[in-house]
Design a binder for this molecule. Structure first.
Ligand code: CA
Ligand code: CA
Length: 290
């Protein structure tokens, strides 16, 4: 009984110490969602980096920027900028490439049904702030994740060119795109992440089965699946699966364009898909996987 009282009292001493000695941990992220109200001069900091963020909530699209941020390094102001964002967005600090200096990542959303997310990244290089952008991506955008747990973050996204190519947006299932961010630049490293590629391929396969069962569009999923299998070095297998399963009645994506002008029609989905995969650099001009 005595030892129980001792245990309890030492637990309370521990709690007291925890709450009196633990310093306030600086904020490193601000997430904006639909319910976020306007705020002014919120501070984020990590190491020698400090960012002050203000947000003015907008219900409708506007020409006026509403997310303002000011970046300081080592106490010296380096940049003041602003962007427009609606419904969702944010600012976060993370050392994406593990070089000891954190990056500033600003996420914006343009508003609209499926479009568009953009990530702006500021990185320190030779005492200068260098800006890079992912460019506009569909609403699922992408995310920074450490896929291989080496401490560096990969940007995990999908190839947006597949959206609407052979199906509606909902019927499209684009293949993976994975980048590293090093020295202020994105580099495509998609094929190195086999495990991620496999689980994405599995999700595509499941989506195909579901669509087929519901008699919904399948060609958009199959287009993505062939590309995903190609990324895994299993192009032939993916192609055979597509040939056995594609919807012969759909003419989505069969029209041939040249500079936005219709100049003809592909005879079928596989021909159109081959041309598309060549155009997007998945296949070389002889139709061989790159
Ligand atoms: Ca860094
Ligand atoms: Ca990593």
């Amino acid at each position: 009984m005595n030892s129980l009282i001792k245990q309890i009292s030492s637990y309370f001493i521990f709690l007291t110490l925890l709450f009196t000695t633990n310093p306030v941990i600086a904020k490193t992220a601000i997430d904006i969602d639909y319910d976020t109200t306007s705020f002014k001069n919120e501070k984020l900091s990590l190491d020698k980096l400090e960012v002050t963020v203000s947000y003015n909530k907008k219900e409708e699209f506007d020409e006026i920027d509403n997310l303002h941020y000011q970046i300081s390094y080592n106490g010296v102001s380096q940049l003041s900028s602003s962007v427009f964002t609606q419904f969702t967005g944010g600012v976060f600090l993370k050392d994406l490439d593990g070089n000891g200096t954190p990056e500033v990542i600003v996420r914006t959303f343009s508003g609209g049904a499926h479009c568009c997310t953009n990530y702006i990244i500021y990185t320190q290089q030779n005492n200068q702030l260098v800006k890079s952008e992912t460019g506009f991506l569909d609403s699922r955008g992408g995310s920074f994740q450490d896929l291989n747990r080496d401490g560096n973050f990969e940007f995990v996204s999908v190839d947006n060119s597949f959206l609407y190519a052979f199906s509606s947006y909902a019927g499209s299932f684009p293949p993976s795109q994975i980048y590293t961010f090093t020295n202020g630049k994105f580099e495509d490293v998609t094929r190195s992440y086999t495990q991620h590629l496999r689980s994405h391929a599995w999700e595509m396969y499941q989506a195909f089965l579901q669509s087929k069962k519901e008699q919904y569009e399948v060609n958009g999923i199959l287009a993505g699946y062939v590309a995903q299998k190609l990324l895994l070095g299993e192009y032939e297998q993916g192609w055979k699966f597509m040939l056995a399963n594609y919807d012969r009645t759909s003419d989505w994506g069969l029209t041939i364009y040249q500079e936005d002008r219709e100049i003809g029609k592909y005879p079928n989905f596989p021909t159109a898909l081959k041309a598309f995969l060549t155009q997007q650099g998945y296949l070389d001009k002889n139709g061989q996987p790159q």
